[in-house]
Design a binder for this molecule. Structure first.
Ligand SMILES: Nc1nc2c(ncn2[C@@H]2O[C@H](COP(=O)(O)OP(=O)(O)OP(=O)(O)O)[C@@H](O)[C@H]2O)c(=O)[nH]1
Ligand SMILES: [Mg+2]
Length: 234
């Protein structure tokens, strides 16, 4: 029994469909290889986390200034200056002749209590203070939301302040639970009250590097520690 014309047409349709599926599968396969190749080669997502005012943006800016011509965001003595997660893509950091490309992720400071009245002492109008408090609260949620996406996190702490507090313990506890590598930065070592040892002994399981983001002190040690961790991520 021979095939009718419409049968042959149907067979061809099936053949074409199968060919398309095979092509698509091949496409996906190669795309996967290419993606994983580039993923491995670049863009380690480096998050800056910590309480407000610790110097996260100052540190991220310093890195940007060292290796690009731009900054990541504004800084202020008033807490909760960063209220949205901000990014700087393709920052190629060079350390001792080696280069690694990072995506820097600067996050809003994490706090358990945000009260608009705290901003009034900076001569802020009540309406502006209330808006800042609302945005800061949303910022905390956003920071935590992005945590899962990070390959490596630098926890920036103000080394003039007591490191034993709920916020710091919660941030570090969350990172440990998610198995994200952590580096602790004890910032503001230029200030008299700075106590790196106190920060280091509060979190003895993690490497602590003392720096001054504002004056660019001890950045070499910081880059060395970041590279050591980044190599493990790769
Ligand atoms: N003395 C000194 N001041 C610093 C240093 N790093 C940052 N600061 C100051 O600390 C304040 C806060 O700095 P930011 O970089 O805005 O801090 P942040 O952690 O990004 O703060 P939020 O965005 O509010 O979470 C600013 O007044 C900075 O100039 C430092 O190494 N030494
Ligand atoms: Mg900031």
């Amino acid at each position: 029994m021979g095939y009718s014309y419409s049968n042959i047409q149907n067979l061809n349709k099936v053949k074409n469909y199968k060919n398309n599926m095979v092509m698509k599968a091949f496409g996906r396969f190669f795309k996967g290889i290419i993606n994983s190749f580039f993923r491995n080669k670049s863009d380690i997502k480096l998050g800056f986390y910590g309480p407000p005012n610790a110097g996260k943006t100052s540190l991220a800016n310093r890195i940007c200034k060292d290796f690009t011509d731009e900054e990541i965001g504004s800084i202020s003595k008033i807490p909760h200056e960063t209220r949205n997660v901000q990014f700087k893509e393709k920052v190629e950091i060079e350390y001792k002749g080696k280069k690694i490309t990072f995506k820097l992720v600067d996050t809003p400071g994490i706090a358990t209590r945000i009260d608009y009245e705290d901003f009034l002492k900076y001569k802020m109008k009540k309406k502006t203070a209330k808006k800042r408090a609302k945005e800061a609260t949303q910022g905390v949620v956003e920071s935590i939301k992005w945590l899962d996406d990070m390959d490596l996190v630098v926890v920036v702490l103000d080394s003039t302040k007591n490191p034993y507090n709920q916020v710091n313990v919660t941030i570090i506890g969350n990172l440990v639970a998610r198995k994200i590598p952590v580096l602790i930065v004890a910032n503001k070592i230029d200030l008299k009250k700075s106590d790196i040892k106190k920060v280091a002994s509060a979190f003895p399981e993690y490497e602590t590097v003392g720096i001054s983001a504002k004056y660019g002190k001890n950045l070499e040690d910081f880059y060395e520690a970041v590279f050591k961790k980044a190599k493990k991520v790769k």
